[in-house]
Design a protein around this ligand. Structure first.
Ligand SMILES: Nc1ncnc2c1ncn2[C@@H]1O[C@H](COP(=O)(O)OP(=O)(O)OP(=O)(O)O)[C@@H](O)[C@H]1O
Length: 312
């Protein structure tokens, strides 16, 4: 199947000299959700803006649904909906009017039945005659989504859709995104909430300093970088860790009540059985053991960690 989004060797150097994107290539299939993660200034918004035709690339090409975004921009843009990071709404306009108006901007004929379905699915139908300034922040975000979907795009960009949205509303928005995916809409979302990416994305892309460091299926990424931490609670606090145990990679908590051991889940031998045997041999009684899987947050931090500066 040909990809719905095909990004080929894309680079962007702003006039200021900033290299916001460096040789980014990425393909997406229809109905996929990609979460794009990266620290502030990594290049996420620049990438989205190029695909949406708001920023011109310095090098490379982008095709959406097979249409080149520069030479065939009208056809490409019809396939795209963008929910911007900042809330940009006309304060005195009614909800339904601003969604209808956006549809008109794409040259689509009025379709009130579709607009009603859209507003209902975003729980905005009751508010259709409210002026946008009367809405809560979460509702305003949903109006932005309704506007972005008003012309039935096949690809939706959500640039930090849940920034500043409370937990309950955030989960509600995730539900909306899942429903869209079920309808076959392809979604790229940028987020600083790793929980959001972990929960929703099929694939995760990590971008840092303009470079796409990796794009991988979420499960694969979590497995590949997957480390586990074994936590061992002790009956009696230990004053010091015997040197032989420290050499094996065990660490002792400051209060002396817990031992920690990091291991690779993919390793043939994790060393846990031998470790527990060694504890018994040293007369250390174990009260409880628990393990913790490294989270996407740990993985992300290890990928974008700044290299330590050399000190003379
Ligand atoms: N219009 C512009 N002119 C010059 N430099 C820009 C412009 N827009 C962005 N940049 C620079 O390009 C780099 C990437 O910015 P971008 O907004 O794409 O990052 P981001 O990953 O979306 O960040 P954030 O998470 O903070 O939204 C930054 O160094 C930024 O300062």
């Amino acid at each position: 199947m040909s990809p719905i989004i095909d990004i080929d060797h894309l680079s962007k150097r702003y006039d200021s000299g900033t290299f916001a994107l460096k040789d980014v290539s990425l393909q997406m299939q229809e109905g996929e959700i990609l979460a794009l993660l990266g620290p502030n200034g990594a290049g996420k918004t620049t990438l989205i803006s190029i695909i949406c035709g708001l920023v011109t690339p310095t090098e490379g090409t982008v095709r959406v649904g097979g249409h080149d975004i520069r030479t065939d921009w009208r056809a490409a843009r019809k396939l795209i909906g963008l929910v911007p990071q900042e809330i940009t709404l006309e304060p005195f306009e009614k909800v339904i009017d601003c969604v209808r108006f956006t549809r008109g901007l794409y040259g689509e004929a009025p379709d009130d039945a579709y607009i009603e379905k859209l507003l209902r699915s975003l729980a905005l139908w009751e508010k259709r005659d409210a002026r946008t300034r009367e809405l809560s922040g979460g509702m305003k975000r949903r109006v932005l989504i309704a506007k972005a979907l008003s012309h039935r795009p096949k690809v939706l960009f959500l640039d930090e859709p849940t920034a500043g949205v409370d937990v309950a509303l955030r989960r509600e928005m995730w539900e909306v995104v899942r429903e869209l995916r079920a309808e076959g809409v392809t979604i790229i979302l940028t987020t600083h909430y790793l929980e959001e990416a972990e929960d929703m994305a099929d694939r995760i892309g990590v971008i840092n300093r303009g470079q796409l460091l990796l794009v991988q299926p979420k499960a694969e990424l979590m497995g590949e970088f997957g480390k586990k931490r074994l936590m061992i609670d002790l009956y009696e606090p230990l004053a010091n860790l015997p040197p032989e145990l420290a050499e094996r990679g065990l660490t002792l908590s400051a209060d002396g009540r817990q031992l920690g051991y990091d291991y690779d889940t993919r390793a043939e031998r994790t060393g846990i059985a031998r470790l527990l045997g060694d504890l018994t041999a040293h007369g250390i009684a174990v009260r409880d053991v628990a393990t913790k899987q490294s989270s996407l947050e740990d993985i992300f931090m290890s990928l974008v960690a700044e290299p330590k500066k050399e000190t003379a």
